[in-house]
Write a new protein. Structure first.
Length: 463
């Protein structure tokens, strides 16, 4: 039997859709699924919706109502305890989680059931996340599902899991699952990764889709949490540090997988947009205290873990710099036709993978009339005064001219990239239908992307 735990709090606008997605599975709801709805003292019509569905499916839907609000962690723990009681009677039950504003695909439960039957020694499995609502796209970490079906964290440490939604557990894994009551953000990542750490492996159920709603009004708990400036230090100490201490307690060290879980999530603080918001919210003293706490966290994370994070180079360098207490730049190594950004032999990126972009055809400036205007503000590299962009076609090369650019990247108040020399104009002959663009940097010529002018002409603006 598959048990699905759904905490409910003031989600009457979405709750019916979530429940219906469970009922309308491609396997019999009545024969295969128990849905436990825990109403956490909702003040809207959520409880009425829960009760209405229970009346329709009394054998398959259970409703618990709390008279006072206890929080999502308490609700989940309560439901887990009820499942553990049931587990004593039926050791084959599998327990999963669904939030009351999300939904699941029609074949979701059958795919989870089939996976767990195929891998009897795997006690925890995750499903694909797909955003819907104000954002419609697959979750970035879904790439895991095309790579493998079983993640062994001893060797696959770059495969983190954060959401509890769409995760299923059984047996001893379920007995290990507990949510911290004093955490109101990242509590699911903390809980699930403690279990993964102890289990050592988890499964990936391909094509079982969990649809995570992104609300346009940003009223979800996760969205509201990021707006709370108190969150930032709480997640460092109650989240990251506590998870690493758990790893030390049970494995005598912070294992690479936990290091990566922390580092990959920590990059959110160093995203330039969120970093700027943080800098505006905190005083200079508070920002410096935050940086010191970040440095303390990063002490437990090896540089090679940081450089394996799939994130723009400025954020990697910012992490390494905070960790070292000084400015760190990833070394560049030139080959015959490229520039590689390497850290201890690991290639982070290469210049030939970067792209030149064209924005305007100059109309108002007589000095550059009719010329193409563009910018090369790659996260990997900020051009210097002596660098330049060039275009090639049929063996002919044209050199660009610098054009003022005011773009900057700041992370936690520090200037990380100054793109003063990234702007350019270039006089492309009318007979050229396309050109391969490149950069001349530090005495080296490196070819990058090709641009077909007819394809981009409708996208560029007339200045």
């Amino acid at each position: 039997m598959i048990w699905i735990i759904m905490p409910v709090y003031n989600t009457e606008a979405y709750l019916g859709e979530a429940i219906e997605s469970v009922i309308r599975q491609d396997i019999s709801f009545k024969e295969n699924i128990i849905l436990h709805l825990i109403d956490d003292a909702s003040t809207d019509g959520s409880l009425s919706i829960c009760n209405r569905y229970q009346e329709e499916y009394p054998a398959n839907i259970r409703v618990t109502h709390f008279e006072s609000n206890r929080g999502v962690s308490y609700a989940r723990n309560y439901a887990v305890e009820k499942c553990l009681e049931e587990q004593q009677r039926d050791s084959d039950i599998i327990v999963g989680f669904l939030d009351s504003d999300d939904r699941i695909s029609e074949s979701f439960v059958s795919k989870v059931k089939g996976f767990m039957e195929s891998y009897p020694k795997i006690n925890i499995a995750a499903t694909e996340i797909h955003y819907f609502g104000s954002l419609n796209e697959p979750y970035r970490l879904n790439t895991r599902f095309s790579d493998r079906e079983i993640v062994d964290i001893r060797s696959d440490y770059t495969y983190p899991q954060y959401y509890i939604g769409g995760v299923f557990l059984r047996g001893r894994a379920l007995r290990k699952l507990r949510f911290d009551l004093d955490m109101d953000f990242w509590e699911d990542a903390m809980a699930i990764n403690r279990v993964i750490l102890l289990e050592g492996k988890y499964g990936l159920v391909r094509d079982a889709r969990y649809y995570y709603r992104k609300r346009a009004d940003e009223t979800s708990l996760a969205d509201k949490a990021w707006k709370d400036k108190k969150l930032y230090r709480r997640i460092l100490n109650n989240g990251y540090m506590r998870l690493m201490q758990y790893s030390i307690r049970h494995k005598l060290r912070v294992v690479p997988y936990i290091q990566f879980v922390v580092a990959y999530h920590l990059r959110k603080f160093l995203n330039p947009v969120r970093s700027n918001e943080l800098s505006e919210k905190l005083s200079a003293d508070s920002l410096e205290e935050f940086r010191a706490e970040l440095r303390h966290i990063l002490r437990y994370i090896k540089p090679e873990i940081i450089t394996h994070i799939p994130t723009p180079l400025p954020m990697i360098e910012a992490m390494l710099s905070i960790k070292a207490g000084k400015r760190v730049r990833i070394p560049r190594t030139y080959t015959e036709d490229d520039c590689l950004f390497l850290h201890r032999g690991f290639e982070i990126t290469r210049m030939s993978e970067r792209q030149v972009r064209l924005f305007y055809i100059v109309k108002k400036n007589e000095d550059y009339l009719g010329m193409w205007r563009g910018r090369f503000s790659s996260p990997a590299y900020a051009m210097k005064k002596e660098d330049y962009i060039f275009a090639e076609h049929n063996g002919k090369r044209i050199k660009s001219i610098h054009y003022p650019c005011h773009k900057r990247i700041y992370i936690l108040g520090d200037l990380i990239r100054n793109y003063k020399y990234a702007g350019f104009v270039i006089d492309i002959p009318r007979e050229w239908d396309r050109a391969r663009f490149g950069i001349h940097m530090e005495g080296h010529d490196i070819l990058m992307n090709e641009i077909v002018f007819a394809e981009v002409k409708d996208e560029v603006r007339e200045e």
